[in-house]
Design a protein around this ligand. Sequence first.
Ligand SMILES: NC(=O)C1=CN([C@@H]2O[C@H](COP(=O)(O)OP(=O)(O)OC[C@H]3O[C@@H](n4cnc5c(N)ncnc54)[C@H](OP(=O)(O)O)[C@@H]3O)[C@@H](O)[C@H]2O)C=CC1
Ligand SMILES: CC1=C(/C=C/C(C)=C/C=C/C(C)=C/C=O)C(C)(C)CCC1
Length: 297
Amino acid sequence: PQIRKMLAFGVCTSTVQLPGKVAIVTGANTGIGKETAKELARRGARVYLACRDVQKGELVAREIQAVTGNQQVLVRKLDLADTKCIRAFTKDFLAEEKHLHILINNAGVMMCPYSKTADGFEMHMGVNHLGHFLLTHLLLEKLKESAPSRVINVSSFGHHLGRIHFHNLQGEKFYHSGLAYCHSKLANILFTRELARRLQGSGITTYSVHPGSVISELTRHSSFMRFMSWLFYYFLKTPQQGAQTSLYCALTEGLEVLSGNHFSDCRVTWVSAQARNETVARRLWDVSCDLLGLPVD
Ligand SMILES: NC(=O)C1=CN([C@@H]2O[C@H](COP(=O)(O)OP(=O)(O)OC[C@H]3O[C@@H](n4cnc5c(N)ncnc54)[C@H](OP(=O)(O)O)[C@@H]3O)[C@@H](O)[C@H]2O)C=CC1
Ligand SMILES: CC1=C(/C=C/C(C)=C/C=C/C(C)=C/C=O)C(C)(C)CCC1
């Protein structure tokens, strides 16, 4: 615990409380998402745990309610690998809630064997990028009406190895599970930067995050990564430590001027040259709209 404490730089020290605020956290039934949701609930927000497995979500909701004393922790089904489910989730949410102040696009998959979402998208690109892209789009008006509001996209330092291959976005020509993850995490950063540019003056700000190297279920598809996590166990962050940068970006006052930036250990961090390429960001935006049947503006 001492080693871990020394290496776990970056603690969200904001004292902001969230009574009357509404937040959504995707993939909140475990890992970093669960800890992020717990802290938002502790600060008094009404928190929606957007999970693909509602049963797992309900167990976690009860745990968070018990620990925080906040009963306003709600579970809703959201499978980011199915655009119908994303649309159903947002339809119900928009009917149910007047406001949305914090959207944390946290859910993710890593190193899956080649597979496709219900809509035929490669799984990493489909869940990590396109699923969250659609979700954010459908919630944008609500976020605008609730301004000041924030969108946090959980990316990774793995984006440094990522490239956007527009001719092979669905991995059909070549596929490597590790690189597919990195490409999708690069897409998270490009999306954040383009979203920030488009939302200037709207009252919505957005940030991408690297949570650190965290012990979680993310390694479930890779025995090598599980072995590495076991080997370096004491050097990795706990999920609670991994949640700090997402919380920092969601809560810190005065962060609006840094909209579009990438954060790690609760500080702005450099991103790769690809991630700073505005042309790629704009093209990815258009291609994503096209794939999802959204109007390209
Ligand atoms: N752990 C780490 O070291 C790092 C993590 N990250 C990022 O942090 C984020 C959180 O990961 P972490 O907590 O570590 O991983 P976990 O595997 O512990 O949690 C991932 C969450 O995403 C959910 N999820 C997966 N697929 C879908 C889907 N199709 N629809 C809805 N939810 C889905 C999972 O649900 P279920 O339990 O049902 O599978 C789970 O709740 C990810 O975006 C990841 O890329 C970035 C850098 C490092
Ligand atoms: C090898 C290695 C480490 C382990 C890293 C691991 C296990 C990273 C997992 C990263 C993930 C899951 C990223 C997701 O985006 C340390 C402890 C940093 C120390 C230096 C050498």
